[in-house]
Design a protein around this ligand. Structure first.
Ligand code: GLN
Length: 196
């Protein structure tokens, strides 16, 4: 049997431990990535939820923004959830002027826009890529997808708005798959990494 893929979790801020638990449930012992050296040791990266403005600042301060941009441009598989989705998008609306992102998936997202009237909500989602039953999804000040590029596959939607998508080896979700015991989104990602 192949060794489990070397998956890292960007561990500067946000829902790091929850992603670690989800991956551990699949037998994947994730590396916490805080430095360029850590990044060199992984073949795929989870970008967690948190606060994309803070995450960007910490990426810069820790010297990770450039090496991570290079890895993503080189095709490193990535899973971005909520703030992680914002960091991976190609265009960010309602961001801070000093906020950057990686343009690793051809999506335009608007920060803090999804379910604006309630801020946070939960629902059951049909996500054919992971099969039945529906997936329970937790949204916390989630980004709203406002444009989907031609090469992007929408994996799930709520009221017609995309909430999960994939382009090449990049998967993003506006919700937090790490906050429920259901590991099927992480499984989708780990399988994608193992296939490469
Ligand atoms: N609103 C946050 C941001 O803009 C994302 C929220 C989250 O990750 N739960 O970064």
């Amino acid at each position: 049997m192949n060794a489990s893929p070397r998956v890292g979790i960007l561990a500067l801020q946000g829902a790091v431990a929850a992603h670690q638990r989800s991956l551990a449930g699949l037998g994947v012992s994730a590396t916490l990535v805080r430095t360029p050296d850590d990044l060199d040791r992984v073949e795929a990266l989870v970008l967690p939820g948190g606060e994309s403005t803070t995450l960007w600042h910490l990426l810069k301060v820790n010297g990770l923004a450039e090496p991570l941009a290079d890895r993503l441009a080189g095709g490193m598989p990535a899973l971005g959830t909520c703030a992680g989705m914002i960091l991976l998008a190609s265009d960010v609306l309602d961001g801070r002027t000093d906020q950057g992102w990686f343009s690793a998936i051809d999506l335009t997202v608007r920060r803090n826009a999804f379910g604006r009237q309630v801020d946070s909500f939960e629902c059951d989602l049909e996500l054919p890529a992971v099969g039945a039953p529906d997936l329970h999804a937790v949204f916390i000040r989630a980004p709203q997808v406002e444009r989907v590029g031609p090469g992007v596959e929408v994996l799930a939607a709520v009221d017609g708005g995309p909430v999960a998508a994939r382009e090449g080896s990049v998967i993003v979700t506006a919700f937090h798959p790490e906050l429920t015991p259901d590991t099927r989104v992480h499984r989708l990602f780990v399988d994608l990494v193992a296939e490469r």
